[in-house]
Design a protein around this ligand. Structure first.
Ligand code: GLN
Length: 236
C-alpha cells in the first residue's frame, strides 16, 4: 500500500446491530448494511485493506481516541462534543429521532408526556443526550444495543423507546409491526443533536482527507445513490 501511505491493514469499527446500516446477515453470518457497503466502496477507492470489527456503539469513540480503532462507521452523529475528541468525515446521511411506544399505549403522544415514565435508548447515543436535555422522564434506561432496548419495550419494562428514525422505521417494518407505533414528530433534526451521520477517525488521522475525496467521487459516480436506494428504498 505504498502508494497510499497506509502500510498496515486498518481496523474499522461498526455497531453490532443498527439496521439497515449494519447488522449480521442471518444467512451468511457476515455483517452487512448501508454503512458496511459504503465503507467497502470507500476502502476500494482509497486502496486500503481493513478488518471490520463490530462492537457496542459506546466503545467506538473511546476506541478511536485511544487509537485502537482507525475508523468508525456506525450511523454516528456529528456532534460538537464528539468533534472535540475525534475527527469526522463530511456527512453521508441525515436522520432524526423518533419516539416509539406499544400500540396499546394511549397516554404518550410525544416527549412532553414522558414525565413520570420510563424511556429506553442506547448507551452513549444522541438519543441519550436529547432525552436528558428535553424530556422529564422518571428514568432513562440505557442499553448497550438495539435488541436489548427494543426487547425491554416489548416486555413492558419501559413505556417508550427513543432512537434514530431510520432504525425505528426498520424495526417497525421487520419486527414490531402492528404491536408498536410512533408518537410525536421527528425530533432532533438540528446539527447540534447530531442529525448528520459522519465517519469517525482518531484526531489528526491522514485518512480523513482521502475518505472525503472517495465519498465525493462515489457521489459523483452514482455508486452512493445506488447503495442508498438498495438499503433505504428511496432516493438520497
Ligand atoms: N446516531 C446515533 C448516535 O450517533 C446512534 C448511533 C448508533 O446507535 N449506532 O449516537
Amino acid at each position: 500500500f505504498a502508494a497510499t501511505g497506509f502500510a498496515k491493514k486498518i481496523t474499522v469499527a461498526t455497531d453490532t446491530n443498527f439496521p439497515p446500516f449494519e447488522f449480521k446477515d442471518p444467512k451468511t453470518g457476515e455483517h452487512t448494511g448501508f454503512d458496511v457497503e459504503l465503507w467497502d466502496a470507500i476502502a476500494k477507492e482509497v486502496g486500503i485493506e481493513y478488518d471490520l470489527q463490530p462492537m457496542d456503539f459506546n466503545g467506538i469513540i473511546p476506541g478511536l481516541q485511544s487509537g485502537q480503532i482507525d475508523v468508525g462507521i456506525a450511523g454516528m452523529g456529528i456532534k460538537p462534543e464528539r468533534a472535540k475528541v475525534i475527527d469526522f468525515s463530511e456527512p453521508y446521511y441525515k436522520a432524526g429521532l423518533l419516539l416509539l411506544v406499544k400500540s396499546s399505549t394511549n397516554d404518550i403522544a410525544g416527549i412532553e408526556d414522558l414525565e413520570g415514565k420510563l424511556v429506553a435508548t442506547k448507551l452513549g447515543t444522541t438519543s441519550e443526550s436529547f432525552l436528558k436535555e428535553n424530556a422529564k422522564a422518571k428514568e432513562i434506561k440505557l442499553y448497550p444495543n438495539n435488541d436489548a432496548m427494543f426487547m425491554e419495550l416489548m416486555m413492558g419494562g419501559v413505556d417508550a423507546v427513543m432512537f434514530d428514525s431510520p432504525v425505528i422505521a426498520h424495526y417497525m417494518r421487520e419486527v414490531g409491526k402492528e404491536k408498536v407505533k410512533v408518537v410525536g414528530p421527528l425530533y432532533g433534526l438540528d446539527a447540534a443533536t447530531g442529525s448528520f451521520y459522519g465517519i469517525g477517525f482518531p484526531k489528526g488521522s491522514p485518512l480523513v482527507i482521502k475518505v472525503n475525496a472517495a465519498l465525493k467521487s462515489l457521489k459523483e459516480s452514482g455508486a452512493y445513490r445506488d447503495l442508498y436506494i438498495k438499503w433505504f428504498n428511496t432516493e438520497p
